[in-house]
Design a protein around this ligand. Structure first.
Ligand code: CA2
Length: 152
């Protein structure tokens, strides 16, 4: 079977507020900027992008399940669900696509409750604390995994 040239970009709860609040932590770029950057980075490698952001966990789970049929990998910033959600982790594990986990801020340097990620060990790429440009780094590294140029 040929590998689809499409990535799913998932942004979790509250990331619709990017660029409107807390610029000291998350910068001033918006969610629309993130989607454009990821779309352009993927296009440079011949991939297109389906983007979803939701404040509802079930919507994110459905999008991840749907990716099974037509995506080659998933770039995800699970936001606060990173630290709480076994069901999100189970969905990512179930679809068995390569996953890149992105965090804009350096969660390792923040409150202790942000230090654990339920997603970390189902992801093959981790980009943490590089700001919004970290999404672009994640796309490049994930596509290297998909195309067999890297183990992750
Ligand atoms: O650093 C990240 O990317 C996070 O995933 C962002 C989450 C946070 O819960 C994680 O620990 C780290 C928060 C997303 C909320 O985004 C906002 C953006 C602008 C203003 C307010 C919230």
């Amino acid at each position: 079977m040929t590998v689809p040239h499409r990535l799913l970009l998932v942004n979790g709860p509250n990331l619709n507020l990017l660029g409107t609040r807390e610029p000291g932590i998350y910068g001033s770029q918006t969610l629309a900027d993130v989607v454009q950057l990821v779309t352009d980075a993927a296009a440079a490698h011949g991939f297109d992008v389906r983007a979803v952001q939701s404040n509802h966990e079930g919507v994110l789970l459905d999008a991840i399940h749907d990716a099974r049929t037509d995506c080659a990998g998933i770039v995800i910033n699970p936001a606060g669900l990173t630290h709480t959600s076994v069901v999100l982790r189970d969905a990512l594990s179930a679809v068995a696509l390569p996953v890149a986990e992105v965090h804009i801020s350096d969660v390792r340097e923040r409150e202790p409750f942000r230090h654990h990620s339920y997603v970390a060990d189902v992801a093959v790429v981790h980009v943490i604390g590089e700001g919004v440009p970290g999404y672009v780094t994640a796309v490049g590294r994930l596509i290297d995994v998909i195309t067999g140029q890297s183990e992750g």
